[in-house]
Ligand binder design. Structure first.
Ligand code: TRP
Length: 506
């Protein structure tokens, strides 16, 4: 997809006109940001403050995090604390609603394009799970099998449908609560209320806008041009009457919070406002113009995260088809150790003497960057940073710590993944009411399923789930709890085994 489009900005007040700094060393427009290139030809770190300024999104700052903690009673996730999840649109509106006990839901998705799932794929879902646990709200996960067919010359429909079911298993293995999570495939779910919304959205997007936003041209197939309205329509609660009820005058007001990653172009070292976030900017614009029987559509809120870099270093992105670029969720402890030791770009100096004297650069060191994603303990991370930058810690030692954390993470995942079967997938993908609590410290005003009155009753005990479904859910929960315990034990075992080996490799 084109990376540099001279866009006609949509009429959204939060979105300023595109600004291009012709002379600036760092180039920013609504679609790309290229880091300044130093004399050594190496791209420098992106200035994220500038990025959020120019895109018209808001930076997630300390004030917002403090408010988050007050409203949820929970310490912000380390992605939030460390600027990995760094910008947002209207996240405050979600906190306002949560504070008042008003419903919202989480929406995210995955394009099923390969069976090779790597840590770069699972990380955004980890964060989504954390949001679900924190807010106790429904989560909707869209599998864009249609998108992956439309945007590839080669893939067949059968192929993407195969990936869809295996990718759904990987997503479930993250540990989502089946009582609160609905996963669907576009090929299966389009129709009814969802399709009505898709058509509503598409009616309000002109070809000119679609071209400006996504960079389509005369040769683009028309399925691609239309796809944005499918992805966008899932951010409207009224697309899911089995979850939010049939009464659209109530459901159009329930917003989505969409966790989404900012794309990165590994070849050109560009940060891109990827097609997904562009799509939701468009959906927000249409939402602000639409009403259902006088009731305005809620605009989706967004929260943007960075990608985990590929082993080759900052500014690169893991690729499902390049084994050396990523840590795959199927990798064995040995493969993980070898990859980190062999390929992980190092910020260390060429010789031990020089390293001890000058210290390493944690900003570009991949092992350190991965620890920012996988190590929750701030104090420990800080100790590592200081020791490495002072040259007291060597690259081998740093890599050994990183290997240990990855081993724990991947082993726990594999343990859970082994237990997910076709039945589990069926359960998550079944059209059914979900059960959630919302904010326990506020009066719950979740709309009743099947057209019940919003503001009156909680979803709690709406009695619409069949006994069989409830039994299944209960069983699944017990299995999940057992799995988690086993995974923990196994991970500790694995970590204990590999630690000495990793230290040697250093
Ligand atoms: N288009 C995304 C992909 O290719 C999948 C997706 C659909 C998505 N809806 C989303 C991602 C909402 C983030 C948020 O992976």
């Amino acid at each position: 997809m084109a990376t540099s489009v001279n866009a006609v900005a949509l009429d959204e007040s939060l979105m300023p006109e595109p600004v291009v700094h012709k002379q600036a060393k760092q180039t920013i427009d609504p679609y790309n940001v290229s880091g300044e290139v130093g004399e050594d030809g190496v791209v420098k770190a992106i200035d994220y403050n500038k990025l959020v300024d120019e895109f018209g999104t808001k930076k997630i700052d300390d004030e917002l995090l403090a408010r988050f903690e007050r409203v949820t009673g929970k310490k912000p996730h380390h992605f939030l604390r460390r600027g990995i999840v760094f910008s947002h649109r209207d996240f405050e509106a979600i906190l306002d609603r949560h504070e008042r006990g008003e419903p919202f839901f989480l929406y995210t998705g995955r394009g099923p394009s390969s069976d090779s799932v790597h840590v770069g794929h699972t990380v955004p879902f980890e964060f989504t799970k954390w949001l679900q646990d924190t807010f106790d709200v429904p989560l909707i996960i869209m599998m864009t099998d249609d998108e992956k067919y439309l945007f590839s010359e080669k893939r067949t429909i059968e192929e993407v449908q195969g990936y869809c079911s295996s990718n759904a298993k990987d997503i479930i293995a993250i540990g989502f609560d089946p009582a609160k999570t609905f996963i669907f495939s576009d090929f299966d779910y389009v129709g009814g209320a969802f399709y009505r919304n898709i058509v509503r959205l598409s009616k309000h997007i002109t070809l000119n806008q679609a071209r400006a936003i996504f960079g389509f041209n005369e040769s683009s197939n028309i399925g691609r041009i239309h796809f944005g309205s499918i992805q966008g329509a899932s951010s409207w609660a009224s697309s899911f009457p089995h979850i939010f009820g049939e009464d659209e005058t109530k459901t159009v007001g329930i917003p989505a919070l969409i966790p989404c990653a900012i794309d990165q172009d590994p070849c050109k070292h560009l940060m891109l406002v990827g097609s997904v976030s562009r799509d939701f900017r468009m959906t927000r614009d249409v939402s602000s113009r639409l009403k259902y029987q006088g009731k305005p559509y809620a605009k989706p809120s967004l929260i943007h995260s960075l990608f985990l870099p590929a082993l080759q270093g900052p500014g690169t992105k893991m690729s499902a088809s390049i084994d050396e670029s990523a840590i795959f969720m199927k990798d064995t402890p040995n493969q993980i150790r070898n990859k980190i030791n062999k390929y992980a770009f190092s910020g260390g100096k060429v010789s031990v003497e020089e390293h001890k004297e000058l210290g390493g650069d944690t900003n570009v060191d991949v092992a350190f960057q991965y620890l920012r994603f996988f190590l929750d303990d701030d104090d420990e991370l800080e100790k590592i940073r200081v020791a490495y930058e002072k040259g007291e810690m060597l690259t081998g030692e740093l890599k050994a710590i990183c290997i240990k954390e990855l081993h724990t993470y991947v082993a726990a995942f594999q343990e859970r993944r082994a237990k997910v079967d076709d039945e589990t997938v069926k359960l998550f993908m079944e059209r059914r009411p979900l059960k959630w609590g919302g904010n326990p410290r506020a009066p719950i005003v979740v709309p009743k399923v099947n057209g019940g009155d919003a503001g009156e009753t909680a979803a709690e005990g709406d009695g619409k789930m069949t006994k069989n479904q409830l039994k299944k859910l209960e069983k699944l929960k017990q299995v999940e709890a057992k799995k988690a315990q086993k995974a923990k034990e196994k991970a500790e075992q694995v970590a204990a085994q590999v630690e000495p080996m990793a230290a040697q490799a250093a």
